[in-house]
Design a binder for this molecule. Structure first.
Ligand SMILES: C[S@@+](CC[C@H](N)C(=O)[O-])C[C@H]1O[C@@H](n2cnc3c(N)ncnc32)[C@H](O)[C@@H]1O
Length: 265
């Protein structure tokens, strides 16, 4: 299934085990970035540039699929009670390491966002989820799981990668004049992504799912939330090299950020 040699996106040639592939992929990718220690002066702005988080009324934070040593240490340095939940042991090790070095208490739990039972029934004032729905086959199921671990008066802050970028033609997304989308929006066919970087000749692989906006945004409401904030934080650069990330972002904004509250709160 993964027997391709280059980097980028490829069609999967058969069924793929999203957990096994993404776990191995993120274990390798965790070796790439060193997020560095958190800065208490800028942590709030780094985590919440649009002012969505009610900082004074929250205490417990779940960084969902949010390991890697960036998010959890920033919440922890501000004094919040932080749990980070992630599929990758390598990514979680980043948080453990920074926690040790900086004297921060961070609870690290390994698991899949489609089964939050390892959290033991705990509920959180803030569920903060960086880009991760693209790695799982069932975004609606993920939202139901989130609804089961958020306090009724809590806030759900979720970042998504726009599924429209996964509709781009795999061979030549920029054809010299325009971006080409040749993959239908309502497809559940996953793509395999392989990193440019290699480790002993091996590339990191991840399974990417393009959930239609119907599910990715509408599904938040279906799971019992009311959307209270929405932003596309990267406006790109039309003057950048055509085909580059910055240029593509000007046409197809890559990120969708959503804040939502359980209905009834
Ligand atoms: C884009 S990273 C987010 C954190 C990253 N450090 C950042 O700065 O945005 C995506 C994270 O999702 C995690 N992940 C992927 N699939 C997952 C799953 N099924 N359940 C839990 N975590 C998952 C990966 O291990 C990775 O840490």
């Amino acid at each position: 299934v993964l027997a391709v040699s280059g980097s980028g996106h490829f069609r999967a040639e058969g069924p793929v085990d999203y957990r096994a592939v993404n776990q191995a992929g993120w274990d390798l990718l965790s070796l790439l970035d060193d997020p560095g220690p958190p800065d208490k002066e800028t942590a709030r702005e780094d985590l919440d540039p649009f002012g969505w988080i009610p900082w004074k009324s929250i205490r417990t934070v779940l960084c969902l699929a949010g390991a890697g040593g960036y998010f959890a240490p920033r919440f922890a340095c501000l004094g919040y009670d932080v749990t980070v939940f992630d599929l990758s042991i390598g990514q979680l090790e980043r948080d453990r390491q920074i926690g040790r070095e900086e004297g921060l208490e961070i609870s690290c739990i390994e698991g899949d966002v489609l089964d939050l039972s390892p959290l033991g029934g705990a509920r959180f004032d803030l569920v903060y989820q960086p880009i991760s729905a693209c790695y799982i086959p069932d975004a609606a199921g993920m939202y139901r799981q989130v609804a089961s671990v958020i306090d009724p008066s809590g806030l759900y802050f979720v970042k998504h990668w726009s599924p429209i970028q996964l509709q781009l033609a795999l061979d030549r997304p920029w054809d010299g004049a325009a971006y080409r989308l040749d993959r239908p929006a309502f497809t559940n066919e996953p793509l395999i992504w392989r990193s440019v970087e290699t480790w002993s000749g091996e590339r990191a692989s991840c399974v990417h799912h393009a959930h239609p906006l119907d599910v990715l945004i509408g599904g938040i409401c279906d799971a019992g939330f009311q959307i209270v904030g929405f932003r596309q934080p990267d406006a790109g650069d039309v003057t950048a090299e055509p085909g580059s990330d910055a240029h593509m972002a000007a046409y197809l904004p890559p990120f969708l950020w959503v804040a939502a509250r359980p209905t009834g709160s």
